[in-house]
Design a binder for this molecule. Structure first.
Ligand code: DOR
Ligand code: ZN
Ligand code: ZN
Length: 450
């Protein structure tokens, strides 16, 4: 019996080496990786013209919005953006309207994602009002929980360490990770009030309020809870040297912690506010070059586990306000992560093997996503074909995301995803979406039978 598809005349990255290979796909899965002559016969054959095939990106930090926030992004626009950017699975964040924080709200999002997504989607839930409901949320399929320590999102008061510990212990019992936005709200509020009293409302003031101290203090607090509960804590978007140092201490103590950085924190610094203004405003913020260098160093030494986009789309009106305190923080990142990182590969700052590790392999491992995250027989055929030589200018006007702005606008990128396959189906070809929505799978936690 011929298989569904073979991809030939491609190269793959194995143990740090780029080698010629072909890939046979059947029923959505990779069934063979071999030289063309050793591949089975197939109904469809695609010549990849010598370009490199990587595992599709797994972006562990994405705000797909939709529902009452559909004016910012929908499952269709967000997952189209993902496909265009070579991302084949995203983990959705719970700060939605309604907040994803119980089995009902989660089921609602799962239903929408099943009908509309073009790529695979997994879900984080906020903690529920009644912590006894956590097992039910996991049963419905959340792959983990997300807690936001700046504003209350979900059922736990942000200062309530007692409840947080109960929640962390419950997550540990179920074997799911807790992702954390670590910033000490009190430090930030106090600093913000002082700056506001002085009439300061620019990006410098925002960066001063969202200080490295606030990040590190919150990380240290959460590490104590991780220690007591044994839960796997994943720190989102580390942005400062102090924050990294706090994570390093926990890792040295062999606590089960991991962390991520964003492309904007790695590649931009305070000087970019001059041109991009509030379009570069994120939380935590882009900081000085010293922090950027520390993040790179931590990425290269393996202290940083994952690169995730923190795709956080807003409308132009929400970004273009007079006061920094009114502007919504967040940038769309799904369509820029891979081109930006391939550009770094071309510059020699990152190897392809490092890229694959932090954008596919580690996210799959940390968030328990079996049969995904690397090119291997029996794994799902979630793939991105990249042309490492393709040069182009980043232009947010062409984004599939509803958020048509980017602090990377105008940047000259070298290296671009040209084809994205999701569960064996070609979803993006040469920048065009070529499938109907709904072909993506909802990926439930590994306790599910799928
Ligand atoms: O920049 C951010 N945007 N940081 C967050 O923590 C929230 C996010 C959003 O949802 O817009
Ligand atoms: Zn966050
Ligand atoms: Zn976020």
């Amino acid at each position: 019996m011929p298989v569904d598809t073979i991809l030939y005349n491609t190269k793959i990255c194995i143990h740090g080496n780029i080698v010629d290979a072909g890939i046979a796909i059947d029923n959505g899965k990779i069934v063979k990786i071999a030289k063309k002559t050793n591949l089975p016969s197939a109904s469809r054959k695609m010549d990849l013209k010598g370009n490199i095939t990587l595992p599709g990106l797994i972006d562990s930090h994405v705000h797909l919005r939709d529902q009452q926030l559909a004016y910012k992004e929908t499952f269709i626009t967000g997952t189209s953006a993902a496909a265009a950017g070579g991302v084949t699975l995203v983990i959705d964040m719970p700060n939605n309207k309604p907040v994803t924080m119980d089995s009902l709200s989660l089921k609602e999002r799962i239903k929408l994602a099943e009908n509309q997504s073009l790529i695979n989607v997994a879900f984080n839930s906020a903690f529920p009002n009644k912590l006894e409901e956590m097992p039910e949320i996991i049963k419905v399929g959340a792959i983990g929980f997300k807690v936001y320590l700046l504003n209350k999102i979900g059922g736990i008061e942000i200062d309530d360490d007692v409840s947080l510990l109960v929640a962390f212990r419950e997550a540990a019992k179920s074997g799911v990770p807790v992702a954390v936005h670590a910033e000490d709200w009190m430090l930030i509020e106090n600093q913000k009030k002082q700056l506001q009293t002085l009439g300061q409302n620019n990006t410098e003031a925002y960066v001063a309020a969202h200080s490295p101290e606030a990040e590190a203090k919150s990380i240290k607090r959460v590490i104590q809870l991780a220690k007591k509960s044994g839960v796997h804590v994943h720190f989102c978007h580390i942005s400062s040297e102090l924050g990294l140092n706090a994570v390093l201490l926990a890792k040295k103590a062999c606590l089960p912690v991991t962390c991520e950085v964003t492309p904007h924190n790695l590649l931009l610094s305070s000087k970019h506010y001059k041109n991009s203004g509030f379009f570069a405003l994120t939380d935590p913020p882009i900081r000085t070059q010293n922090h950027t260098s520390a993040l790179w160093n931590a990425l290269k030494t393996g202290l940083v586990d994952i690169i995730a986009s923190d795709h956080a789309p807003h409308t132009l009106d929400e970004k273009q306000t007079n006061s920094v305190w009114e502007a919504k923080p967040g940038v769309p990142g799904l369509e820029t992560t891979l081109p930006l990182l391939l550009t770094q590969v071309n510059k020699g700052r990152l190897s392809l093997a490092e890229l694959v590790k932090v954008t596919s392999e580690e996210p799959a491992r940390i968030f328990n996503l079996p049969n995904r995250g690397c090119l291997a027989e029996q794994n799902w055929a979630d793939l991105v074909v990249v042309d490492l030589k393709r040069e182009y200018k980043i232009d947010s006007a062409s984004f599939f995301s509803k958020a048509k702005y980017s602090p990377f606008d105008g940047l000259h990128a070298k290296g671009r995803p040209i084809k994205t396959f999701v569960n064996g189906q070609l979803v993006m070809n040469e920048g065009k979406i070529v499938t109907k929505s709904g072909i993506g799978q909802v990926v439930l936690n590994a306790f599910d039978s799928n």
